[in-house]
Design a protein around this ligand. Structure first.
Ligand code: IMP
Length: 179
């Protein structure tokens, strides 16, 4: 990690404990249900990989990829599906896994689409939540950490395609994106 560019917000070990906690809660809540975990690419890939290994009930996986128009640090709410789900979600308990909920516009759009497909339920699990920036009624059901309005990278999250592989969640120093 390049510490001239980032400050660590949540270290690797701390994140693993939080993910295990979320996994235990989800395991308890979904016992006996047909759980389908839907990861939103690309940001959720690391969180989802860790999370599903902490959920101790049978589950299926699927992925969706969306692109939202906006600047590199904010989304506009105009969303396009780049990759849709491979399978039907009818009568399934769908758990959407997202890296971060910011304005909530992206997830609002995704939830609206998925709810039209007759799932049993649709819930949201995100590692990070920035509630102060919300512009939609989205309220995640499982949240790792609520964070202030800072731009974060690492553990799957990127800035301009970079930093996704950093093992910690880090605050990107404004000097990097204000260049
Ligand atoms: P929303 O539609 O504003 O909630 O945006 C959600 C998406 O914006 C996330 O899935 C991320 O891809 C991206 N995003 C929002 N905040 C951050 C951040 O602090 N770091 C990296 N990506 C972010």
């Amino acid at each position: 990690m390049n510490f001239n560019e980032v400050d660590v917000l949540f270290a690797e070990e701390e994140i693993q404990e939080k993910v295990a906690q979320l996994g235990r809660q989800i395991t308890a809540d979904y016992k006996g249900e047909d759980l389908l975990v839907v990861g939103i690419l690309k940001g959720a890939f690391i969180f989802m990989a860790d999370l599903v290994r902490k959920i101790d009930i049978p589950l299926e996986l699927d992925f969706m990829s969306v692109s939202s128009y906006g600047t590199s640090t904010t989304s506009s709410g105009e969303v396009r599906i780049m990759k849709d789900l491979d399978y039907s979600i009818e009568n399934k308990s769908v758990l959407i896994v997202e890296d971060i909920v910011d304005t909530g516009l992206t997830l609002n759009y995704i939830c609206e689409i998925l709810k039209k497909r007759d799932p049993k339920s649709v819930k949201i699990c995100c590692l990070l939540d920035k509630p102060s920036r919300r512009k939609s009624p989205i309220r995640p059901d499982y949240v790792g950490y609520s964070i202030p309005d800072e731009f974060v990278v690492g553990y799957g999250l990127d800035y301009a395609g970079q930093y996704r592989g950093y093992p910690a969640v880090c605050i990107l120093k404004p000097s990097v994106y204000e260049k």
